[in-house]
Design a protein around this ligand. Sequence first.
Ligand SMILES: Nc1ncnc2c1ncn2[C@@H]1O[C@H](COP(=O)(O)OP(=O)(O)OP(=O)(O)O)[C@@H](O)[C@H]1O
Ligand SMILES: [Mg+2]
Length: 299
Amino acid sequence: MIAEPQKDKADEKYSDLLLTFYGQLRSVFTDCVKYSTITSCEMIALDAIQVKSATKSFGTKKAVNNLNLSVQAGEIRGLLGPNGSGKSTTMKMILGLLKLDAGQIVICGLDVAERPVEVRRIIGYVPETPRLYEYLTAAEYLDFIGVAYGIEPEERKRRIQNMLEALQMNAHLNEIMSGFSQGMKQKVALTAALMHRPKILILDEPLNGLDPRSARIVKDLLHRLAAEGAAILFSTHILEIAEAICNNVTILHDGLVLAEGTVQELRSMAGSPGLTLEELFLKLTGSEDTAKVVEALRL
Ligand SMILES: Nc1ncnc2c1ncn2[C@@H]1O[C@H](COP(=O)(O)OP(=O)(O)OP(=O)(O)O)[C@@H](O)[C@H]1O
Ligand SMILES: [Mg+2]
């Protein structure tokens, strides 16, 4: 059983302040949604996500270097690469959370730099470290997200309950999220990202912390959403998952595209048709010598 964290007086005050702040934010978000002209990228016959020669540096470090990438409606593209290779930076640029140094990103025909609010309206995003408002309950937080996207109260309730029930989280709906485990927070973040039925999904390691049953449900759900026309960009370090769910993969290394295509195409490119994606990844990223590294570790 999970002990419910108690709100002390300071927490309550903080929570009240947040709710007042959200009240103000709600009207701003609702207006943005109301006046947005784009409801679905199906209306535009272009790649859903187009990253064109995008470059981003932090100081002297080129995190993303002249990156070209596209994802079409109905496609699940895996974004793979060693730690620090530029996956999260790419995703944040697609959302307009990081400004590009050079290049352009177009989402369903909209330039992210020019129409950031409309772009965010059609994207569902799970960041690599979800930041939830932890002194709200899951119900309060998800309801706020639903209001911000202009979803009607009954529909909001239905969507929240259906998703949380599927992920075996219904019992925790009215608990304060600061007491949630990593996987529980991830389930709330996934529910929030899918709430407005986005046509574009940007998922930064979305299966992090999920138990096998929930991971399976999310994988099947992503397949269904793609079959219904969503464009999904999905980063993961779990190569079996990438192999099982992605139509195409892009492997980044040091901010550059090292290889891209279907897993089958990458195998033939590497001249090794029998390799698993893990073996292929290690070969392409030049980290095949893992056995030697372990041998050298004299613990
Ligand atoms: N806010 C930042 N300030 C300075 N450097 C940053 C910042 N964000 C990212 N970087 C650097 O940019 C590079 C790419 O980072 P990024 O987070 O995109 O990698 P990643 O592929 O998502 O890695 P991981 O697999 O560990 O999540 C790294 O060298 C990182 O140190
Ligand atoms: Mg990352």
